[in-house]
Design a protein around this ligand. Structure first.
Ligand SMILES: *Cc1c(COP(=O)(O)O)cnc(C)c1O
Length: 363
């Protein structure tokens, strides 16, 4: 498909170079937004012309159905400054695909991947000065789609708005990578079979906040989700996928819970299954119960655990707590397999290792 040119309305009062550089010196995560955004409306069964315009409030009817019935999906990917000064995005085509799977689950229209990618290219092009330059830093891209019908009847909306905003992201661990403590949630579940767990929809996050608050209350950083049916199988950690490292017959095995329909299929997860093989590890998708987890740590067969996702890349898990027990992993320290995978992925994203799989999308 050929995508029509976007309507470009540059901001008349972008941040000055000095102000922007001040924000970029310590951007944190999701706090500051670039000068522009992209919007694309969907009506009469078709996507309208894309628009690049100043970042600012949206105008929405109070009756807009997204506000009532939650037809709302999003994505997250990153743009990195490359060694030659150009900008590369990590696997945005995979995000476009997943966006459309999420859309299908929420009875929303698909957006042509070419249109999704053009939105990303146009926004990075106009706000290129906002892409941080240091290792570990990036421009976080946040596409979303909401239902905009001004109608209180319960049915899929006929009109939608696609929006893309961008936010500079600093190194997730400015003081160096540090393992997190997790709380196994036995009181709440994230996703049930037949539900929306596979979709990146806003409602999944709303439903997770109370469990996350409980985890904090228990002195933990993050919640670990169990399957809704048996309340036994490990699924994910917060908004990240989990990996378990084993030593088996002198081999290193890097394993992750298999996709059952209630896990979010992470692009970082998929990338690490491929990268792990390249680093000489055996990679595996499997089921794993809480009991297996405790036993395999106790026996020494499992040596490391980490979580992965776009925002934090890889986060080691150093301690696990639940009602009635707790245990440490690798003495609460960063493990070598975790750190090797982290380095390998960051090197591809920053363009310091060859991109043999065509993961980087240059603009
Ligand atoms: C987005 C997300 C992930 C991670 O996906 P990536 O594509 O690796 O960023 C994992 N779990 C949940 C619940 C998510 O929403």
């Amino acid at each position: 498909m050929t995508v029509p040119d976007f309507l470009i309305q540059p901001s008349t009062n972008p941040l000055s170079d000095a102000e922007r550089e001040k924000l970029l010196a310590s951007p944190g995560f999701g706090r500051y937004f670039t000068d522009h955004m992209v919007t694309i409306a969907y009506k009469d069964g078709a996507w309208q012309r894309g628009e690049v315009k100043p970042y600012g409030p949206l105008s929405l009817a109070p009756s807009a159905s997204t506000l009532h019935y939650g037809q709302s999906i999003f994505e997250g990917f990153k743009a990195f400054t490359q060694p030659d000064g150009s900008i590369g995005m990590f696997r945005p085509d995979a995000n476009a695909e997943r966006f459309n799977r999420s859309a299908a689950r929420l009875a929303m229209p698909a957006i042509p991947p070419e249109l999704f990618l053009k939105a990303a290219d146009e926004l990075v092009r106009i706000d290129q000065a906002w892409v941080p330059k240091n290792v570990g830093e990036s421009l976080y891209m946040r596409p979303l789609m909401i239902a905009t019908d001004p109608f209180l009847g319960v049915r899929p909306s006929l009109e939608y708005l696609f929006v893309l905003i961008a936010s500079p992201a600093g190194a997730y661990f400015p003081q160096g990578v540090k393992p997190v403590t997790v709380w196994i949630s036995e009181d709440y579940v994230r996703a049930a079979p037949g539900g929306t767990g596979e979709a990146k929809c806003a409602g999944n996050y709303a439903a997770s906040l109370l469990a996350q608050a409980q985890a904090l209350d228990k002195g933990c950083d993050q919640v670990v989700w169990l399957d809704a049916v048996h309340r036994e199988y490990i699924e994910e950690m917060g908004g990240m996928n989990l990996f378990f490292v084993y030593k088996e017959d002198g081999q290193t095995v890097v394993a992750t819970p298999e996709l059952t329909g209630t896990l979010l299929p992470g692009i970082t997860r998929q990338s690490l299954l491929e990268l792990g093989k390249q680093l000489g590890f055996i990679t595996r998708e499997q089921k794993l119960t809480v009991r297996n987890w405790r036993d395999d740590i106790a026996s020494g067969r499992m040596t490391e655990v980490f979580a992965c996702g776009t925002a934090a890349v890889i986060t080691p898990v150093g301690k696990v707590k639940a009602h009635g027990f707790e245990f440490a992993i690798n003495n609460g320290e960063n493990g070598p397999v975790t750190m090797a995978l982290r380095e390998a992925l960051l090197a591809i994203q920053h363009g310091t290792a060859p991109d043999t799989r065509g993961w980087m999308h240059k603009i």
